[in-house]
Design a protein around this ligand. Structure first.
Ligand code: ATP
Ligand code: MG
Length: 309
């Protein structure tokens, strides 16, 4: 009874844009390689550095967000697979990253078969929602990095979310497939999750020298108006280098243009969510990266084992 009342109060506060429970945001676009994972990793890192308590949930079997944060992708313990199948409690799947305030539920290759396993479960579209509801109170924001498909697992993510952030690559076929995604969101809003909103559209891999990039940007502004983030993420080599070091670009090279873009995005995200007081970096040049070791506890264990063999 108490829990239910508490939940109702939290829901009502949400109407006034005050979140006591974490706001859950899916980063989704069924088109592959548009910058979903890059956005998930870097937005989460920037928000955590701003002081928000953030959880990144990697529900993609490719596990790119997991490796991009410096975690091994072959670890079986405490992954999103165990979260979804209920083998472990949600709390036991949360791992601390080397960035203060940033936590992750990693993915691994086991997730490939998850659809077959959960398809027979009761209320199969609500599995992730139920699990995340158990840990919502511990965070300000929970981001879910979706796979490039509109599969049951993506459906679970959208049902669990308050909003969806859609990265769009600045290329000729940028809008291709978006209709399908928007129809899916509409269907979910009508039938499964009436709270689901569009958080915003983000233009990624923008190259201001290319006429095409500028044309795509103009086109998107026309379509999406103020739902399109004013921040454009530039095509930047530091962004593509950073995952191989297991670090977000905002930590790998805080002075790079890519880091600056994602920091600006975090500031705009906070502003749109009524938390502008947390905006940190007016000037990225004054920002000092936190100490961030690629080696985290799990890596350390793996390395020790490898060295002993
Ligand atoms: N702004 C950028 N500048 C340069 N390279 C980028 C940028 N954004 C993303 N990339 C690179 O493009 C590739 C695809 O990006 P990313 O993995 O984030 O896309 P995705 O949408 O998550 O892909 P998938 O659909 O496979 O999950 C990666 O190699 C990434 O490093
Ligand atoms: Mg990805």
């Amino acid at each position: 009874m108490y829990n239910f009342t508490y939940w109702r109060i939290c829901r009502n506060l949400k109407i006034f844009n005050i979140h006591i429970l974490a706001k859950i945001i899916s980063i989704a676009n069924q088109k592959g390689g548009v910058g979903k994972t890059t956005t998930a990793v870097n937005l989460c890192a920037s928000l955590a550095i701003s002081g928000c308590k953030v959880l990144l949930v990697d529900i993609d079997p490719q596990s790119n967000a997991t490796s991009g944060m410096g975690f091994p992708t072959n670890s079986m313990e405490g992954s999103v697979y165990e979260l979804l199948t209920g083998i472990r409690s949600p709390k036991d799947c949360i791992k601390k990253t080397e960035i203060q305030n940033l936590f992750i539920i990693p993915s691994n290759i086991n997730l490939v078969g998850i659809e077959i396993e959960i398809v027979a479960m009761q209320e199969r579209e609500f599995i992730l929602k139920k699990r995340l509801d158990e840990i919502r109170e511990f965070f300000d924001f929970i981001f879910i990095d979706c796979p490039p498909s509109l599969s049951l697992i993506t459906l679970n993510s959208l049902v669990a979310s308050d909003s969806v952030l859609i990265p769009v690559q600045s290329e000729y076929y940028a809008l291709e497939g978006l209709t399908m995604l928007l129809n899916t969101i509409k269907m979910i809003k009508n039938r499964l999750n009436s709270n689901l909103e569009i958080e915003g559209y983000l233009l990624t891999m923008f190259d201001s020298r290319l006429k095409l990039s500028n044309q795509v940007a103009t086109e998107l502004e026309k379509y999406f108006q103020d739902k399109l983030y004013p921040v454009k993420v530039m095509r930047n080599v530091k962004i593509s280098e950073s995952p191989s070091f297991g670090k977000p670009v905002v930590v790998y090279d805080p002075l790079s243009i890519g880091a600056k873009n994602y920091t600006e995005l975090a500031n705009e995200f906070l502003r749109r969510n009524g938390k502008e007081h947390l905006q940190k970096f007016d000037n990225i040049l004054t920002y000092e990266a936190p100490k961030f070791e690629v080696v985290n506890k799990e890596n350390e264990e793996t390395n020790n084992r490898a060295n002993n063999n």
